[in-house]
Design a protein around this ligand. Structure first.
Ligand SMILES: O=P(O)(O)OC[C@H]1O[C@@H](O)[C@H](O)[C@@H](O)[C@@H]1O
Length: 329
């Protein structure tokens, strides 16, 4: 009698990769792209596509979506998915010769089942580790060998964290430099009712004015037209206060000095093929980043950059919440 074919042999479907967290599951999306679903308490849930290593959904206890994903997003390579948290690497924006925002956001990442350990946090049960290494084609456009490890974790209170570890694995002794951003699209009720706290008085480069440097004036940032600014040496906590939803997002960043704030407004929205004409009203990008000063790694060196997001109910409208407490807390 013929021996049973080993799993994965021609003709038999390969078993889905095992994920170390029992709260993580690999599923195929309707587009045919694979995604990892992380489940937390009640309806808390995060979705991460292997394409781009991109978080596309983060839901709270009530199952309410906290990230913006365009209804026109295209789930087909080589287009990057419009919304969620694209990863800009090894280049942010047009700060270099590569395609806008680099190539990590339109490459297929793989599941990394044996990553070097991160500081243990026993409270985190739902997580996944992904890895990106350059292909032969990538090496032609960016001639550096690297390992990019990404951990996406859903905390017990519904907080979402992304930890990136980038290592130079060049074996010819050469260092490399890159810029980086977690291009986070937040879902907001109405952009004209949103304030961003923590960036007032900061210096910024204005992408709408040939990257010229200015200093932010006055109070919290509010939105009345297109914004595309790179705030320099921004604080480690930034709050996005959505008056209408009575919700505050707290963005905590580590290893990422800058913060990009972007809303395309009506004209640019219309010009984007994968973005609804009126969707600019319901999104805001606040992107922890390293833009002004590229990060340089020598062979064997590793860099770590972390983003942590939480969404807290805000009674800010009724004056009960002091935004400074959120930022300092
Ligand atoms: O359309 P893309 O490539 O995803 O970029 C969207 C925007 O991303 C922002 O981070 C940039 O500051 C903007 O200049 C850019 O327009």
């Amino acid at each position: 009698m013929a021996a049973p074919a080993p799993a994965g042999a021609a003709g038999s479907p390969s078993p889905p990769p095992q994920l170390p967290s029992p709260f993580a599951e690999l599923v195929k999306s309707p587009s045919g792209l694979e995604k990892v679903v992380l489940r937390g308490s009640r309806n808390c849930c995060v979705e991460v596509y292997l394409y781009g290593g991109q978080v596309t959904s983060w839901k709270n206890d009530n199952g309410e979506e906290l990230l913006f994903l365009s209804t026109k997003a295209i789930f087909k390579p080589p287009k990057a998915i419009r919304g969620g948290i694209p990863i800009c690497f090894p280049q942010f924006g047009t700060h270099g010769n590569l395609e806008q925002h680099g190539f990590a956001r339109n490459r297929f990442w793989t599941i990394d089942n044996d990553p070097p350990p991160l500081p243990a946090n026993p409270a985190i049960k739902a997580y996944v580790d992904l890895i990106l290494r350059p292909s032969e084609e990538d090496l032609k456009i960016w001639p550096h060998s690297f390992e990019f490890r990404l951990r996406v974790a859903l905390g017990p209170s519904g907080d979402l964290s992304l930890t990136s570890r980038i290592r130079n694995t060049n074996n010819d002794g050469r260092p490399f430099s890159y810029t980086f951003a977690y291009h986070t699209y937040f879902s907001v009720s109405d952009i004209s009712e949103v304030r961003v706290e923590g960036l007032e008085t900061m210096d910024y480069l204005d992408n709408l004015k040939a990257k010229e440097r200015f200093t932010e004036q006055g109070d919290a940032i509010v939105f009345e037209s297109e914004v595309d600014k790179v705030y320099l040496a921004a604080p480690s906590k930034i709050a996005i206060i959505d008056h209408e939803k009575k919700k505050t997002f707290v963005v905590t960043k580590e290893g990422l000095p800058d913060a990009v704030v972007w809303n395309p407004w009506d004209k640019k929205a219309k010009a984007m093929q994968d973005f609804g004409d009126g969707e600019y009203k319901n999104m805001l990008c606040v992107e922890p980043a390293a833009v002004e000063k590229p990060i340089t790694l020598k062979p064997g060196e590793e860099w770590k950059g972390r983003l942590a997001l939480s969404a807290v109910p805000s009674s800010y409208c009724s004056g009960q919440l002091d935004p400074l407490k959120v930022l300092q807390g």
